[in-house]
Design a protein. Structure first.
Length: 478
């Protein structure tokens, strides 16, 4: 479960249930009751009560077994079923309702939320203290009269973006068909007319667009110092972007009169959607000179890892391009450097040696604010090797730096007698499934439930090791 969502939970019993289910989802074996108790840091009586509740109410999902001579809890279903159960537990969290009301522009008093949630004013005030604590991690605060998020507009947009991407399934942004079509067609036009060929995650772009539209429509705009704007104004890529936006984004009143500040925000934020795939373009042409800023860092990494630039030129450019893009994004908000707790755990478990090298070198060579998080990103990029017939399609979205990693994991799972296909920067629809003759579709993007063209497997926002293992086992049994 995403860290942000977990921090917004206010019911201790719900949090314990989530902890238990999450623990099971990350293990292929039953887990002893004592291990679960220690993990949740509660008494034996309390943990037994939670386990009994799960077994009684979900007998098809959980069971108590003897494993390694210990009473243990076992899952009887696939990991995806556990994730659905977690979402059913957390979807009614009071703070989720509050955040979503604030996103819609509501400006209400404490009594409004007390009445809507059937919670006493003293309890709702306690919940608001928790929300304020979470918001402070995003350099934001909470006004209580009326209830409003206050702070820099860029920080507010960043918070809402992460909330709706990861908090819980029922909170996910649902993109209008015209928004998705508009993004796809505009990207194609930008490529044809202006040579904009940055390789982007289609659904991540859509998420930013929805937040962008919502905040502007409510009268919340960004503003930059003149010196900051001037820094980008001489860039050819920015001028082309502005020109394209004015031509292709002039649909209705909202986009017909965007300020230069909003245009610059959109120009920079698009770098948060770049996918670092081999043989794709992931850096604007007029930023190549900035690559040299990270020459010594990459040189030291290659030497420590025993890599030669002549054989790994693509890796060198990928790492430097990511760091250049991240440096630009960090000028908007250092939080762009951060990674989710789940992703950190995956990297720490599977690629610790590479991670430690990156932490050491980043500390020596850079002044980034979130060194560990960036080391996680660079580790994933480093470990992303392209390896290559039943047709299997992967339609995945996530942090841009994770897409090549997911692709690598996917290829490992697919048997040699199956053909792998990947969909990152265009809509997933029946026509695509039919054209590629897809037999199996693995996805974590919003889809039309009416798709009956193939067998579908839904992955979580950040697929766990267990999910990949289960997928590999399933595909090989075919």
């Amino acid at each position: 479960m995403n860290n942000l969502a977990y921090k917004l939970l206010v019911d201790k019993s719900i949090k314990r249930k989530v902890d238990i289910i999450q623990l099971l989802s990350e293990s292929t074996d039953p887990i002893s009751v004592e291990t679960i108790r220690l993990h949740c840091d509660v008494t034996k009586r309390t943990i037994q009560k939670e386990i009994n509740y799960l077994i009684k109410n979900y007998p098809l999902i959980f069971e108590l077994v003897q494993y390694n001579h210990q009473e243990s809890l076992n899952k009887k279903v696939a990991v995806t079923e556990l994730h659905l159960l977690i979402d059913s537990f957390v979807s009614e969290s009071p703070l989720f309702f509050v955040v979503e009301e604030l996103y819609e522009g509501k400006s209400e008093l404490i009594t409004y939320y007390s009445d809507e949630l059937y919670i006493s004013e003293s309890t709702i005030r306690k919940h608001f203290r928790r929300l304020r604590s979470v918001l402070q991690e995003y350099n934001l605060d909470l006004n209580l009269n009326p209830i409003e998020i206050i702070g820099n507009e860029i920080d507010i947009r960043f918070f809402f973006f992460h909330y709706f991407r990861f908090a819980h399934k029922s909170s996910a942004l649902y993109y209008r068909e015209d928004q998705l079509s508009f993004i796809y067609q505009t990207i194609r036009k930008l490529v044809d007319t202006h040579g904009f060929v940055l390789n982007v995650d289609y659904y991540r772009v859509a998420s930013w667009l929805v937040i962008f539209e919502k905040r502007i429509s409510q009268g919340h705009t960004v503003h930059f110092e003149e010196s900051f704007h001037e820094h980008f104004n001489h860039k050819t890529s920015y001028q082309k972007f502005k020109s394209a936006v004015k031509v292709f984004f002039s649909r209705g009143e909202l986009f017909s009169d965007l300020s230069d500040h909003e245009l610059l925000f959109a120009f920079i934020t698009r770098l948060d959607t770049v996918i670092y795939e081999t043989n794709k373009i992931f850096l604007p042409d007029d930023y190549w000179n900035e690559l040299s800023e990270f020459d010594s860092l990459i040189k030291d990494f290659f030497e420590l890892q025993g890599l030669t630039i002549s054989l790994n030129g693509q890796l060198k450019i990928t790492l430097q391009s990511f760091l250049v893009n991240l440096s630009i994004l960090s000028q908007l908000n250092p939080n762009f450097q951060r990674n989710s707790g789940q992703l950190k755990e995956i990297v720490n478990t599977n690629h610790l040696t590479t991670l430690e090298v990156w932490i050491e070198l980043l500390t020596m060579h850079t002044n980034f604010e979130h060194i560990y998080d960036i080391a996680v990103s660079l580790t994933i990029l480093t470990e992303s090797k392209v390896r290559v017939k039943r047709n299997v399609l992967f339609a995945l979205t996530g942090e841009p730096i994770t897409i090549p990693y997911y692709k690598a994991q996917a290829i490992k799972c697919v048997p040699k007698d199956m053909e792998s296909h990947f969909l990152f920067n265009q809509p997933l629809d029946s026509q695509t499934l039919e054209k590629l003759e897809i037999d199996i579709c693995i996805y974590n993007v919003p889809i039309n439930d009416k798709f009956n063209d193939c067998y579908k497997i839904k992955f979580s926002d950040i697929p766990s090791t267990t999910e990949w293992d289960e997928l590999q086992s399933y595909l090989h049994t075919l």
